[in-house]
Design a binder for this molecule. Structure first.
Ligand SMILES: C[S@@+](CC[C@H](N)C(=O)[O-])C[C@H]1O[C@@H](n2cnc3c(N)ncnc32)[C@H](O)[C@@H]1O
Length: 321
């Protein structure tokens, strides 16, 4: 995978929005307008530094979380689209992490650009090796250096709530979609007040811990995640993953406690964001799990780590500036 010419047509300078080119050779990009230069390291254009997202760089480079069958099922549930329906389309993976969904979509014949702030882009690039239609870019969604109204489909799975301004990040992604194109977003659901208080108190401590301390704590919580019954009750108070796969269980638990930013949202709020950015045909997507007890707990906002998930179509109307 190289920095394809068509990728340059999509990228712009994060400082002045000018066009970029390879004026100083393949390992650097230069803005034709302001002259700023940006490295291309390990095949990845670096248009932003890692900033607050270092824990993600660590986690995605350390844990191998690609599970092709599960990823395909999750993608369908969280976007409402089977990846094969995206063949031939230009797709944006906004916050690609280690690249599991970027790869999935490229394997099904789409031209896809995966963007992430952290060094997870290195893992994503490695995962997408051999897929010429996948490109990975290190950039900030809060000021996204990509052409507006360019993508047929954009998706963002579990990302925007990890920025200091989820609404702004949403707008930046929403404006990269063509009129008539679709956008799917999954965000953490706001739980009941007592759950939110407990979680905020725990995370106020956990996100300040060094990884060498936090990670063993997450391993301990992941052990609880394997204890039948307890693993479905206790995590309504203190969150931990109960995924059957050990690696995913540890990684998901670290993913909850390590990040600096984590905001929780309601479906009404997310739908309003879509409308404000000029989207209609909104559809709320249901979670993969179901069952009487789960549906009851989910409907009462008791499932910590569950989502609010909406997909919509961009109209020709301009969104709010
Ligand atoms: C929980 S991970 C989800 C990754 C991927 N969507 C997945 O489901 O495998 C959240 C990702 O959002 C990225 N992220 C957070 N803030 C960002 C920003 N402002 N710009 C780009 N990426 C950001 C993090 O670096 C991290 O990789």
């Amino acid at each position: 995978m190289t920095t394809q010419t068509d990728l340059l047509d999509l990228l712009c300078c994060p400082r002045c929005r000018g066009a970029l080119d390879h004026a100083e050779g393949p390992d650097s990009l230069r803005c034709r307008v302001c002259g700023a230069t940006f490295p291309v390291q390990g095949g990845v254009p670096r248009l932003a530094g890692e900033s607050y997202a270092a824990s993600f760089g660590r986690q995605w480079n350390r844990y191998d979380v690609e599970r092709p069958e599960e990823d395909e099922a999750t993608f369908l549930v969280k976007t409402g689209v089977h990846p094969r329906e995206l063949a031939g389309q230009l797709v944006l993976d906004a916050g690609c992490g280690g690249g599991r969904y970027t790869k999935l979509v490229a394997r099904h014949g789409a031209r896809v650009v995966g963007v992430d702030l952290s060094t997870a882009v290195d893992k994503a690039f490695a995962l997408c090796e051999g897929l010429p239609d996948a490109s990975i870019v290190q950039a900030d969604l809060l000021d996204l250096p990509l052409a507006e109204r360019a993508f047929d489909f954009a998706f963002s799975i579990g990302v925007l709530h990890h920025s200091p301004d989820a609404r702004r990040a949403f707008a930046q992604v929403a404006r990269r979609v063509k009129p008539g194109g679709r956008l799917a977003v999954w965000l953490y659901r706001r739980n009941t007040l007592p759950q939110e208080w407990i979680n905020s108190a725990l995370r106020a401590v956990s996100m300040r811990l060094p990884a060498r301390v936090l990670e063993p704590a997450c391993v301990g919580l992941a052990l609880l995640g394997g204890v039948p019954v307890l693993n479905k009750l206790l995590n309504k108070v203190v969150n931990f993953s109960n995924h059957p796969d050990w690696t995913l269980r540890v990684c998901d638990t670290f993913d909850w406690y390590a990040p600096k930013y984590q905001s929780h949202h309601t479906v009404e709020e997310l739908k309003r964001w879509f409308q404000e950015e000029g989207y209609d045909d909104l559809q709320e997507l249901s979670p993969a799990r179901s069952g009487r007890l789960y549906d009851w707990a989910y409907g009462h906002d008791l499932v910590i780590g569950s989502g609010v998930n909406v997909v919509g179509t961009r109209t020709n109307r301009q969104g709010l500036e």
